[in-house]
Design a binder for this molecule. Structure first.
Ligand code: FES
Ligand code: FES
Length: 226
């Protein structure tokens, strides 16, 4: 087998340096084999390279953010979170982990809650995005913002924009009848129970541990006790 491989290599390239068969290592056999395979498919690597589609580095992205149409030229790898914070300077949305684990970056996209660090801006072309700045204003707070203040649902406040956007999205999911992991009957209208709220808010981490007050605030807005 080895002798045939060496003979084949010599046939393809008479100048190829091939060591004494008795001294040849496994690595050298693999290299010789690879060289033979490559030489037997003329121009294969070049053709493959030629077929590679050109990947655009940047593109135009249009979004409606807090009711205002925005169009930006963005690197196609820009996350929705970085688009909001770095390109639109809407710094209410926070970056915690940047890998989908803390919920600090939660915003509403077409009414559904989304962790914006895991969503590329280009994936949201034409979408309506609501951030904490668009939910309410200091003079006209969203009911969830007002309830968080009434119930002291924060300490440092870093997770709070994500908690509030997530809570608004979670109550909308309950209203639309979307079941959660703890819904006993997935065909029944979900309840605004403690178990449901805890489960639905489990993707939003609060390092200050303000969970019980957050729960009270959400329950108040939902019109129940949790
Ligand atoms: S920053 Fe997006 S989930 Fe943590
Ligand atoms: S209030 Fe500090 S992390 Fe939640």
């Amino acid at each position: 087998m080895l002798a045939r491989l060496i003979a084949h290599c010599r046939q393809k390239d008479p100048d190829m340096a091939i060591p004494d068969p008795l001294q040849i290592t496994r690595r050298e056999v693999l290299i010789a084999g690879a060289a033979t395979a490559a030489s037997s498919v003329p121009g294969a690597a070049g053709a493959q390279q030629a077929q590679q589609p050109e990947v655009p580095v940047s593109t135009q992205v249009s979004l409606e953010v807090n009711g205002t149409p925005r169009t930006l030229e963005l690197d196609t790898r820009t996350s929705l979170l970085d688009t909001l914070r770095e390109h639109m300077h809407l710094t209410g949305t926070k970056k915690g982990c940047d890998q989908g684990q803390c919920g600090a970056c939660t915003v509403l996209v077409n009414g559904r809650r989304v962790v914006s660090c895991l969503s590329l801006a280009v994936m949201n072309e034409g979408a309506k995005v609501i951030t904490i700045e668009g939910l309410g204003t200091p003079k006209n707070l969203h009911p969830m913002q007002a309830a968080f203040i009434r119930h002291d649902g924060y300490q440092c406040g870093y997770c709070t924009p994500g908690q509030i956007c997530s809570a608004v999205g979670a109550l909308d999911e309950i209203r639309r009848g979307v079941p959660s992991h703890v819904s006993a009957d997935i065909t029944a209208q979900p309840l605004v129970s403690s178990a449901e709220l805890r489960e639905r808010m489990s993707g939003n981490i609060c390092r200050c541990g303000a969970y019980s007050n957050i729960q009270d605030a959400i329950a108040e807005v939902a019109g129940g006790k949790a």
